[in-house]
Design a protein around this ligand. Sequence first.
Ligand code: SAM
Length: 359
Amino acid sequence: RFDKDFGQHILKNPGISDAIVEKAYLKPTDVVVEVGPGTGNITVRALEKAKKVIAIELDPRMGAEVTKRVQGTPLAKKLEVILGDVIKMPEMPSCDALISNTPYQISSPLIFKMLSMPNPPRIAVLMFQREFAKRLVARPGDALYSRLSVNVNFWATCKHIMKVGKQNFKPPPKVESDVVRIEPLLGSARPNVAFEEFDGLLRIAFNRKNKTLRAAFSVKEVLAMCERNYKVYCTLNNIPIDESIATDDATAADDVDVEMDVDDDNDAKPDDEDAAAMDEDDDDDMPTFFKEVKDADVAREAAKTPSRNPKSRVALVVKGKVNKVLGSTDLAEKRARQCDQNDFLKLLLAFHEEGIHFS
Ligand code: SAM
């Protein structure tokens, strides 16, 4: 019996298992990580081609199945089974290749986990639900373009390999699947920025991907985070921080400015559609902070009166820096859905120049 909660849809067509392993171009010296070996259909083929397969399996029953399948054969000594949740592992074992008929619940966290590895594998061949696979290869302007699309295409190259119909699985899933090949950029080809920084910026920009970046960076909690991180930067670089309250006109002017930023958004899409788009987006791993941002934003829209909270001078400095960066990069009026990876990189580097960080 297969457990749907574990995303157990076993491949019953050996041709597909063969093709997944084939497309990973395994070498006899390769260490392979397979996520979710199940009964071992893909595992045995990978074991025939590689030096070693580390199979990470959440369900102990399946762990026992795959072990039993190779018991007494020469393949047994090349197999290591780790029982557990791959996403909860502090680090994925280092490997040359990653393969998986991916349990659909962990599609997004698995990709993020792989891309953020300091030494990612040379190649990953992964099967996903079709909608998810489409998000991986989406381009700016496409409806499915998301934070996930930008990250994958920034840190790796991604190619669609083949379509797999639902009749190839037992039990058949509700939707069709696709196999993709992801080749992370390695060594000097890997962008020289911290994963968490680039992703931190994308989280803000894609929090509402149909809003202008100016609006995205006017959200109170986003500015508060920029301020917190800027203070850390100042402390590390011996830059004095002025926390005194600004009582001059700048405070009121700044508040009105923020209000206008939020209102100045003539999206074609209403906000609830935005939110729906986000829900199917890659925010299944979104921290509470961003959920709060959405609530705060809605509350602000509802109040419709300029807030006149006193602000510290450092808060005004940060707001000024944010405006300066958005202006100098010429991206203030662009929306995340239209920006390509170079726009985001340009933006990140300009923020760093001003001492503003996102992780
Ligand atoms: N590889 C097999 C095949 O293709 O026939 C099974 C694939 S099945 C879609 C997904 C497998 O991943 C199941 O065996 C399931 O128990 C396992 N799994 C689910 N969540 C997991 C997790 N978080 N970490 C590791 N394995 C997981």
